[in-house]
Structures are given as structure tokens and as C-alpha cells.
Design a protein around this ligand. Structure first.
Ligand SMILES: [Cu+2]
Length: 157
């Protein structure tokens, strides 16, 4: 009986470990920390997806995110969703994203996001999506985005 319990605990740990390990990812020099990454699973027939994350600048210099790449989509852009006074929602592309020293920028539903268009295969809940963030100074950071359920409002704490 005791042994069965121990096995159960081990399986639980293995199941929890990957998400915990993915919750915070940093560049080699440690000045850029990317956390709270997530994307929704795509629904059938939908080839577009948004990726959300928080970028923290813990260094002394401004950082400038100039591009995003993934092997899974044909087009990757930084987008901003805005809602005007009439309530109509539109998305516009951003060329880059500045983050001042000590500041952080959060990409979240209703605001900034990474837009992936023309996905080659669906994003499936429980899988992960590697995403490469390119910075103006030549820094390049590949982060791993967990795919959450298609109806989620974000990662549960
Ligand atoms: Cu968008």
C-alpha cells in the first residue's frame, strides 16, 4: 500500500515538472527573463494563434524585441489589440517592442500578443511550441510556450 502511494507521488511529480521548469526562461547573460508563457490550443480549421508572455528587463540597458520566429507558422508578428470608443476591436502590427531597464512588458489577451498566422499544424493542448525571440543587440532567446486548453483565460496560478 505504501509503495503504491510512492509511485503515485512520483508520477505526479513527473507530470508537474515540465510546466514548472518552463515557467521562467532567461537569456545567457540573464538580463532578459521571459515568463508566464502560454498559448491557446487552436480550434478545428483555425490556422491563427496568439502567444502571450511577460518579458522582464533585469539589466542596465533598454532592450528591443525586433522579431519572433517559429517553425510552425508562415507569419509571425507582434500585434496590439485596441478597442475604440465604438467598441470595435482591431489589431495592428508593431515593428518592435521596447523594454526599459527594470521594466517588464506583458503580452496578454486584449493587448499585446505574438500573432502566428498560417500554422502548418494545429496547436494541441499539452504540447509545447518553441518560439525564438530576436533582440536588436543580437541576443536571441528560444523559449518554450506551453499550449493550454482552447477555452482558457490563461495559466492558473
Ligand atoms: Cu493579432
Amino acid at each position: 500500500m505504501k509503495r503504491r502511494f510512492a509511485q503515485g507521488a512520483l508520477i505526479l511529480q513527473l507530470a508537474l515538472w515540465p510546466l514548472a521548469a518552463l515557467s521562467q526562461q532567461a537569456t545567457g547573460d540573464g538580463d532578459i527573463i521571459v515568463e508566464k508563457l502560454w498559448a491557446r490550443a487552436t480550434t478545428p480549421g483555425n490556422k491563427a494563434a496568439a502567444v502571450y508572455l511577460t518579458i522582464r528587463n533585469t539589466g542596465q540597458n533598454q532592450i528591443d524585441l525586433i522579431g519572433v520566429r517559429t517553425d510552425r507558422a508562415s507569419i509571425e508578428t507582434l500585434h496590439k489589440t485596441t478597442t475604440d470608443a465604438q467598441g470595435s476591436v482591431r489589431m495592428s502590427a508593431l515593428a518592435n517592442l521596447w523594454i526599459a531597464p527594470g521594466e517588464s512588458v506583458t503580452l496578454e489577451p486584449g493587448g499585446l500578443h505574438v500573432m502566428l498566422l498560417d500554422l502548418d499544424t494545429p496547436l494541441i493542448e499539452g504540447e509545447t511550441l518553441p518560439l525564438r525571440l530576436k533582440f536588436y543587440d543580437g541576443d536571441d532567446l528560444t523559449v518554450i510556450v506551453p499550449i493550454l486548453p482552447s477555452d482558457t483565460t490563461g495559466p492558473q496560478p
